[in-house]
Design a protein around this ligand. Structure first.
Ligand code: NAD
Ligand code: UDP
Length: 337
């Protein structure tokens, strides 16, 4: 019996990936300090699957706590979600972001090396393409950081690449996510942001449920189909399946590689808002506001590499995304609390 260890397993993407892995027959350990999540998400994954997860509360900066996991359980691979992800906060607290995101990954890899576990999937982000103007964006797009969060992802990618070059018994898949949205179709697990959401979809669902008065749409004068920003929204269930595929790839096609996980389709803010309202029969009041600094007009993936090498592509539709997002929010108006 061997385990897949998920750092940050209780978080939004980690919990959906735990669900997908259990359903794929894997045994799962979650290692999370619950700084941005609660063990309730994992309990619900256990209820949904009828299988149990080994839940360990710990910090990726705590080498001894990490080592204790590898000493106790035979781990065959790690999916490393644990990290900090708020762009604005990263500009205020850059040292904390670099320490957690870069330092945490280095410590994790040191412990993995010590225990001879050298299979790793890392949560990166499409933010490493900076303000690239030429979507669809393949993995060969030049990378650049726009803020400390993006820089921490890029630096971590370099660390991992250097590590694998230094020792080719490491197998590492870097996954660059586009815009994760949605929730498991059960409505039992989903995204549970703290405070005022920065991202579009949780803001929409909180407006729809009456927690916030209206959505501000940042900019309606972009050179896009309707003037609003265009992004590549990926259902979190598809994203979770991408991790299952990436783990398999580590064993069948070892080495280092980076993959975009996105749908390849660009959707505007108005596409999302109008479809959300129509499918769910709810009102989403909005008004147009100024462009948000740092936003680009159009940003979407070329996901063909993941299709070819991981045999993975998105399956969910926009209607699935808006329905599942709403199903989660209306059944859990206060998230996991
Ligand atoms: P999340 O905050 O829901 O999950 C991260 C988890 O890591 C949380 O459960 C948190 O408690 C845990 N954690 C944070 N610091 C930790 C530490 N020091 N030790 C142990 N656990 C710690 O975020 P998410 O949306 O699930 O994102 C997962 C990963 O994907 C992150 O690395 C994030 O940067 C990356 N990512 C997310 C998005 C997105 O839009 N959600 C996009 C691109 C990349
Ligand atoms: N957006 C918006 N209002 C909000 C939040 C986001 O109009 O309250 C827009 C944003 O300008 C972008 C898109 O929605 O065009 C997606 O933004 P999000 O923050 O979710 O993700 P990003 O692509 O910036 O990482």
């Amino acid at each position: 019996m061997s385990y897949v260890l998920l750092t940050g397993g209780a978080g939004y993407i980690g919990s959906h990936t735990a669900l997908a892995l259990l359903r794929a027959g894997e045994q799962v350990i979650s290692f999370d300090n619950y700084s941005n999540s609660s063990p309730e998400s994992l309990k619900r994954v256990e209820q949904l699957t009828g299988k149990s997860i080994i839940k360990i509360e710990g910090d990726v900066l705590d080498v001894e706590a990490l080592a204790a996991v590898f000493a106790q359980y035979p781990v065959k691979a790690v999916v490393h979600f644990a990290g900090l992800k708020a762009v604005g906060e990263s500009t205020q607290k850059p040292l904390w972001y670099y320490e957690t995101n870069v330092g945490g990954t280095i410590k994790l890899c040191q412990v993995m090396a010590k225990f001879g576990v050298k299979n790793l999937v890392f949560s990166s982000s499409a933010t490493v393409y900076g303000d690239a103007q030429n979507s669809p964006l393949p993995e060969t797009t030049p990378t650049v950081a726009m803020n400390p969060y993006g820089q921490s992802k890029l630096m971590t990618e370099w660390v991992l690449q250097d590590l694998q070059h230094s020792d080719n018994s490491w197998n590492i898949a870097v996954l660059r996510y586009f815009n994760p949205v949605g929730a498991d179709e059960s409505g039992r697990i989903g995204e549970d942001p703290n405070g005022i959401p920065n991202n579009l979809m949780p803001f929409i669902t909180q407006v729809a449920v009456g927690k916030r008065a209206e959505l501000q749409i940042f900019g309606n004068d972009y050179p896009t189909v309707d003037g609003t920003g265009v992004r590549d929204y990926i259902h979190v269930t598809d994203l979770a399946a991408g991790h299952v595929a990436a783990l398999q790839h580590l064993f069948t096609d070892p080495g280092f590689d980076s993959f975009n996980l996105g749908s390849g389709e660009g959707l505007s803010v108005l596409d999302i808002v109008t479809r959300f309202a129509a499918v769910n029969q709810v009102e989403v009041p909005y008004q147009f506001a100024a462009r948000r600094p740092g936003d680009v007009a159009r940003y979407f993936a070329d996901p063909s590499k993941a299709k070819t090498l991981l045999n993975w592509q998105t399956e969910k539709t926009l209607d699935d995304i808006v329905r599942d997002s709403w199903n989660w929010q209306k059944n859990n108006p206060n998230g996991y609390n």
